[in-house]
Design a protein around this ligand. Structure first.
Ligand SMILES: N[C@@H](CCC(=O)N[C@@H](CS)C(=O)NCC(=O)O)C(=O)O
Length: 367
């Protein structure tokens, strides 16, 4: 019998869990597993954006970027002096670099999974770049527009190595720590139901609390995006005691989103994101940008804004791609800086490689 299954549920639910870096919190009483996917935010149908956000951001002089409110090392963290870093954060910087030729012109808004879409709906943030999955419901009912996927992910499951669990099929009757307001919660129910397995969700509104509860032995499994698991494992008391199962429970395409109804702003974010892919495809990096700037190749000249007025068409400067590369780098630089071989994560590119290298990253032409 797995250890947490031996803990009576009532006792488990009455445990007060010290959140890592947050206030102590008790888990929400585990609800019946959802069988249908509710709208992922409590907010009613979203208001359409008023147009003109790009102009408003330009006038403000900073872009307000929604990021994770809890440390997700590799994706978004803030240090003691308030400096943000991570893969998601670099895409916030890319937007600022494109708009202001200055990656520091970002106001970061830390957001929970529950609050993130409301922050777009109310206009509190300009863009959300917070390990958020593009789904039909969020595109439709929640009223967002999604930019190209910057990280193709899938939901995974972490368990203790000594649990004897080697696949989800071994988890019938398991207790599973999961965060509410996420696709994770919904997929978990779907996958276990489809497999004819039962489980007991132990639900938290906050990522730190979810991880801490698992770390404290309250659950047999901890489920979230595999990127989140790879990141979270580094925050556990004894990372070596845990493993991420090879099962992938869902598709989780993560990327920036904006409020629906402002196509100009959406276009700007889309093409800033594409610029990072295209720069990698061309082999243009922050280190060799100067050499490429002397290129006679027409498409390179167009891409870098040396010739033509392509940027202007989407409300950006013609050299917006060059600005992004100069300050933040191409996609490979962003990936390697935060998740690559020289980081604790050493995540293989996998689906996040360029289409030319067997992955899914593909930019439409800059012409
Ligand atoms: N990609 C999924 C999950 C995103 C998510 O919120 N993941 C958790 C676990 S990695 C998280 O970021 N938690 C931090 C927090 O909300 O405190 C989604 O968009 O719903």
């Amino acid at each position: 019998m797995r250890r947490s299954l031996m803990v009576p549920l009532a006792a488990a639910l009455s445990l007060i869990i010290a959140a890592c870096g947050g206030a102590p919190a008790a888990p929400t009483a585990a609800p019946e597993a959802p069988t249908t996917a509710p709208a992922p935010t409590a907010a009613p149908a979203a208001p359409a954006a008023t147009t003109g956000r790009l102009e408003a951001i330009t006038a403000r002089g900073t872009v307000i970027c929604g990021v994770n409110n809890n440390p997700l090392p590799g994706f978004a963290s803030v240090d003691a002096s308030g400096v943000y870093s991570g893969f998601d954060v670099d895409f916030c910087k890319a937007v600022a670099a494109a708009l202001f030729d200055d990656p520091s012109k970002v106001e970061y808004r830390p957001l929970s999974s529950q609050d993130r879409f409301t922050a777009l709906q109310t206009g509190e943030i300009d863009v959300l770049i917070r390990n958020s999955t593009w789904t039909l419901g969020r595109d439709g009912d929640v009223g967002l527009d999604w930019s190209p996927t910057t990280f193709y992910d899938g939901q995974g499951m972490m368990v203790r190595k000594d649990s004897g669990i080697t696949s989800i099929n071994d988890m019938d009757g398991a207790t599973i720590c999961v965060q509410t307001g996420t696709t994770t919660e919904l997929n978990l129910a779907d996958v276990f139901r489809a497999k004819g397995l039962t489980f007991q969700p132990v639900v938290f509104p906050d990522g730190d609390q979810t991880r801490s509860a698992y770390d404290a032995g309250q659950c047999d499994g901890f489920t979230t995006d595999k990127s989140g698991l790879v990141s979270s494992i580094t925050l556990l008391s004894n990372p070596a005691d845990h493993q991420i199962l090879s099962d992938t429970m869902s598709k989780e395409p993560l990327g920036p989103s904006v409020l629906q109804g402002d196509p100009k702003w959406a276009d700007a974010v889309n093409w800033i994101t594409f610029a990072t892919f295209q720069a990698e495809e061309y082999g243009i990096t922050s280190a060799n940008l100067a050499e490429f700037s002397a290129s006679e190749v027409p498409e390179i000249r167009r891409f870098l804004g040396i010739e033509g007025e392509l940027g202007k068409g989407v409300g950006l400067s013609n050299d917006f791609a060059a600005r992004v590369i100069k300050h933040v780098g191409n996609y490979a630089e962003i990936y390697n800086r935060n998740l690559g071989p020289d980081t604790p994560f050493n995540l293989p590119r996998g689906l996040n490689a360029l289409y030319t290298e067997g992955g899914l990253l593909y930019s439409p032409p800059f012409r």
